[in-house]
Design a protein around this ligand. Structure first.
Ligand SMILES: [Zn+2]
Length: 278
């Protein structure tokens, strides 16, 4: 697949919207360091990302993973190897997931993607997942040379270790998969009862002019996030009601937003969470 160029979505903030899985990797250029937020799925994809980054800047690199899912961090090894001493940051829960399970998921991922995305499947099987080596628990600021990045964890949502990256001087906010454009949010590792509060905290950092980068899809604005927050809130209250009434998950999923399949995953996760099994 030919490499896509980066597009500048805010001052010195560039996005590579990668066609496979429509996932975003972002470059934030500081005065001394350039930060790459999320590194795509495979060595080959990460090399494309690096080539695109190097067409913009020759600065030393630092990596931030928004969460532990493979499409956001399996390119860590290739990206980090391109810059001596490159640190990889993530939430402590995401780092632990990758350290413990990063290599174990590969067989499962290979089998999942082989029928529809054979090139991706082969690439996933060949990766040596590299876990983050720097962690945050709730917040951290990063000086990249005349520019400060804010890394924040607002609680459980898409996973238990989502980090958002704010670039205050550019009015940009990288939401990871807490916000999704072009497809329903992904609930497979989610905490749907907590997710609305986490997005509400994210919304508190926005203004009408904030550019929000979702983990997948095109850039959006605060109004889009507000609308998604309303749907997540509706879903969470349906889950709470359904759980207390003992309503079967598929009955709740049929009246929930985001479509039946995504909602059923969410309801199943939410019921388990409310029953204290997660
Ligand atoms: Zn994800």
């Amino acid at each position: 697949m030919p490499g896509a160029p980066l597009s500048e979505v805010a001052p010195e903030v560039y996005v590579l919207r990668y066609p496979v899985l429509d996932v975003n990797a972002t470059l934030i250029v500081g005065g001394e360091v350039a930060a790459i937020v999320d590194t795509l799925s495979t060595d080959a994809q990460a090399r494309e990302l690096l080539a695109a980054v190097r067409a913009v800047t020759a600065l030393p690199l630092v990596v931030i993973n928004t969460h532990h899912h493979f499409d956001h961090c399996y390119g860590n090894g290739v990206v980090a190897a391109a810059s001596p001493g490159c640190a990889i940051w993530a939430h402590e829960a995401a780092a632990a997931e990758l350290r413990i399970h990063g290599g174990l998921w590969q067989r499962e991922l290979y089998e999942k993607w082989l029928p529809t995305h054979p090139e991706l499947a082969e690439g996933l099987a060949a990766v040596e997942p590299r876990p983050p080596d720097r962690t945050i628990s709730t917040e951290s600021t990063m000086d990249i040379g005349g520019r400060t990045l804010e890394l924040r964890h607002f609680g459980r949502g898409h996973t238990d270790g989502d980090v958002i990256v704010a670039v205050p001087d550019a009015a940009a906010l990288l939401a990871g998969d807490l916000v999704e454009q072009g497809a329903p949010p992904s609930f497979s590792d989610s905490f749907p009862v907590d997710w609305p509060d986490t997005v509400a905290a994210l919304l508190d950092l926005t203004t009408p002019s904030t550019v929000v980068l979702p983990g997948h899809g095109s850039t959006v604005d605060a109004d889009f996030v507000r609308a998604q927050h309303a749907e997540l809130t509706q879903l969470a209250s349906l889950i709470r009601e359904g759980h207390s009434d003992g309503t079967p998950p598929d009955v709740i999923a049929a009246k929930a937003p985001f479509g039946h399949d995504a909602a059923l995953t969410a309801v199943t996760r939410g019921y388990a969470q409310l029953a204290g099994r997660r």
